[in-house]
Write a protein that binds this ligand. Structure first.
Ligand SMILES: Cc1ncc(COP(=O)(O)O)c(C=O)c1O
Length: 387
């Protein structure tokens, strides 16, 4: 049940929903939904006509499809057209649809420490899974050779699923390493879902796998993006998949029998956010502001005794708790302050028994929703909970 398990426990203990005024939502993965330093304003209204009240097109309205394709072509020289884009109601529906339509003889490969919902989705879909070592032993940083994976018995292909930057660890793969990974998973009987929810949250600058894909129509690569984090609008529920035309065609059919398209009002709003000048400003501001927050919270958490393993991306800190505490024990102390973290075990893709998870003593601390002014109060609560 992932992060919701923590949210329900929090509500039981405090009588509040994490994120309500006065709470400290360190378990939650949403960004500030207000203007950040140096960033563009968030529009307060949109205009639409009666034609916008009609059903939307199956894989997205043309203005948003164009805005998304232009975005990747401008910043990453992606060489894609609107036929390579499908719009969904957020990043997770795009991930779910991609994994739902895999052929049965596919091995899904993913790192042991990954984004909580992958665990549930792969279980529900009953996928055959190969886990790539990512734990304390390799500091949550798999080596290139770890991605060299043979199909499991009774399967003949391999599909990598990877969040990059990784949620929860913040470890980001870029440059030559990312280029090599894309090449490796572009070959025959290989594919990859690269989940770039945190694309903007990279130090020194945003990066996408699309920079390294020469012709996406010749691959089984799916790049998943969303307006949720970088564009700061989780409530708009807009995400997208970039893939070969043939794969997008499957999503078109899926949309017509299983989704009915995505809210036109949300699509109009997000098209505005992707205007060239605005999105250029947003990329720089998000990367700069959150890099500073990562550094600041990193120093504070390390001073309190957490052994951090955080990478250079995302808006989480990832580390081992002091005093032999488990994530759940730490949360019991934090709930008294109307605060809570995400227990590490929920990011453990290898777990069979929650109590025995190798990540039981780890925690994911989110600084995504925190304004610069909340730091001192946050540190005070953490200090009290650890004293
Ligand atoms: C790694 C990762 N992928 C995708 C998403 C997509 O989120 P949404 O479905 O809210 O757009 C998130 C949000 O938490 C995430 O952390």
């Amino acid at each position: 049940m992932g992060v919701y398990e923590t949210l329900f426990k929090f509500a039981d203990a405090t009588g509040k929903y994490m994120g309500d005024p006065g709470t400290h939502p360190w378990a939650q993965g949403y960004p500030l939904t207000t203007q950040i330093p140096g960033g563009p304003e968030l529009p307060k209204s949109i205009e639409f006509e009666s034609v916008d009240l009609k059903y939307p097109k199956a894989t997205g309205e043309p203005p948003l499809l164009r805005a998304i394709a232009d975005y990747y072509n401008h910043f990453y020289d992606a060489g894609i057209t609107t036929d390579n884009v499908a719009v969904f109601a957020g990043g997770r529906p795009a991930i779910f649809a991609t994994l739902a339509f895999l052929l049965d003889d596919t091995t899904v490969a993913l790192e042991e420490t990954e984004y909580t919902p992958y665990y549930d989705v792969l279980n529900v879909l009953n996928r055959k899974v190969h886990l790539i070592r990512s734990g304390e032993g390799n500091r949550f940083r798999p080596k290139a050779a770890d991605y060299d994976i043979a199909p499991l018995k009774d399967t003949s292909r391999v599909m990598l699923v990877k969040s990059n930057p990784c949620n929860p660890t913040g470890v980001a793969m870029g440059g030559n390493d990312l280029s090599a990974l894309i090449e490796q998973f572009s070959g025959e009987n290989r594919g990859a879902l690269i989940d770039e929810a945190y694309e903007f949250f990279c130090d020194p600058e945003p990066e996408s796998a699309l920079k390294y894909i020469d012709n996406i129509d010749e691959t089984n690569i799916f790049v998943i993006g969303a307006a949720t984090k970088g564009l700061q609008v989780p409530g708009m529920r807009i995400g997208w998949a970039i893939a070969s035309r043939d794969h997008i065609e499957i999503f078109r059919n899926y949309s017509s029998f299983g989704m009915g398209g995505v809210s036109r009002a949300s699509q109009i709003y997000v098209s505005k956010l992707l205007e060239r000048q605005r999105v250029t400003q947003a990329r720089t501001a998000v990367s700069t502001f959150y890099t500073a927050q990562r550094k600041r919270y990193g120093e504070g958490l390390a001073d309190l005794g957490l052994e951090l393993q955080t990478g250079t991306g995302g808006f989480y800190h990832w580390g081992k708790l002091p005093q032999g505490l488990t994530g759940d024990e730490f949360n019991e102390r934090l709930f008294a302050h109307e605060a809570g973290i995400l227990p590490g075990r929920l990011c453990d893709m290898a777990r069979t028994d929650d109590a025995k998870s190798a990540l039981a003593h780890y925690a994911r601390f989110s600084f995504g929703p925190l304004g610069a002014e909340s730091y001192d109060d946050d540190m005070r609560i953490l200090r009290e909970a650890l004293s």
